[in-house]
Design a protein around this ligand. Structure first.
Ligand code: OGA
Ligand code: MN
Length: 218
């Protein structure tokens, strides 16, 4: 049993997340993770080289393609090799158990990557998952940008559905803010960033595989 799941503060937070997911299918939480964890993650991602990132594509496996008109960020998948990455993965694992316990979603794993948007980069309106064709159930985005203001752009716009023209929510990607939403329900987009923009984007998945084989990661 992970110690994080037993911190009262975390229990409260997990309650709030579960309530929001039932109520509206998404939530935006400022100052969500512990400050030292966020600081370590920020310093860790700062010292990575350009070579550690690769251009982000769209679609999985064979369908994977690069399209600069859709998204122009660069990504790096997290793995439990480095303490800063491990701490984040453990926190998200605790949240996975917390959500399963409260909502019985049967989330079986979590995968996530850093995303670096150079100045001017964006991600056009999209869904993270398509109903019936995915094992991605919940999307998470955690921001690492210090002193980010509206003037820096790069807001995440979340829409209620495919038809909506006005966003439900405009999220300023300030360090410490965590966004969680149902992956197949909310179209969303990232407006062009006025300066380098850092986030960790991830997905909780269910295991849809047959024949006892676990779905491969990303
Ligand atoms: C994504 C995404 C949003 C953000 O990577 O799929 O929508 O605010 N990211 O970084
Ligand atoms: Mn997305």
């Amino acid at each position: 049993m992970n110690a994080i799941t037993h911190l009262p503060a975390t229990d409260d937070l997990f309650d709030r997340i579960a309530d929001a997911l039932i109520e509206s299918g998404y939530c935006v939480l400022p100052d969500a993770l512990p400050e030292d964890l966020t600081r370590n993650l920020y310093h860790y991602v700062q010292q990575l080289d350009d070579d550690d990132f690769r251009r982000a594509g769209i679609g999985r496996d064979q369908e994977h393609q690069l399209d600069r008109r859709v998204r122009s960020d660069e990504i790096r998948w997290l793995s439990p090799d480095k303490p800063a990455e491990t701490a984040y993965l453990e926190w998200m694992a605790a949240l996975r158990l917390g959500i399963n316990r409260r909502l019985m979603l049967g989330l079986f794993d979590y995968e996530c990557h850093f995303a670096r948007y150079p100045q001017g980069a964006f991600y056009r309106r999209h869904l993270d998952a398509f109903q019936g064709r995915t094992n991605r159930v919940l999307s998470t985005v955690y921001y690492l940008n210090r002193d980010w203001t509206e003037a820096d752009g790069g807001e995440l716009l979340i829409y209620a559905d495919e038809q909506a023209r006005e966003p439900l929510e405009r999220v300023i990607p300030t360090s410490g803010t965590l966004v969680i939403f149902l992956s197949d329900r909310f179209p969303h987009e990232v407006l062009p960033a006025g300066r380098e923009r850092l986030s960790v984007t991830g997905w909780y998945r269910v295991n849809n595989s047959i024949g006892g084989l676990i779905d491969p990661p990303h």
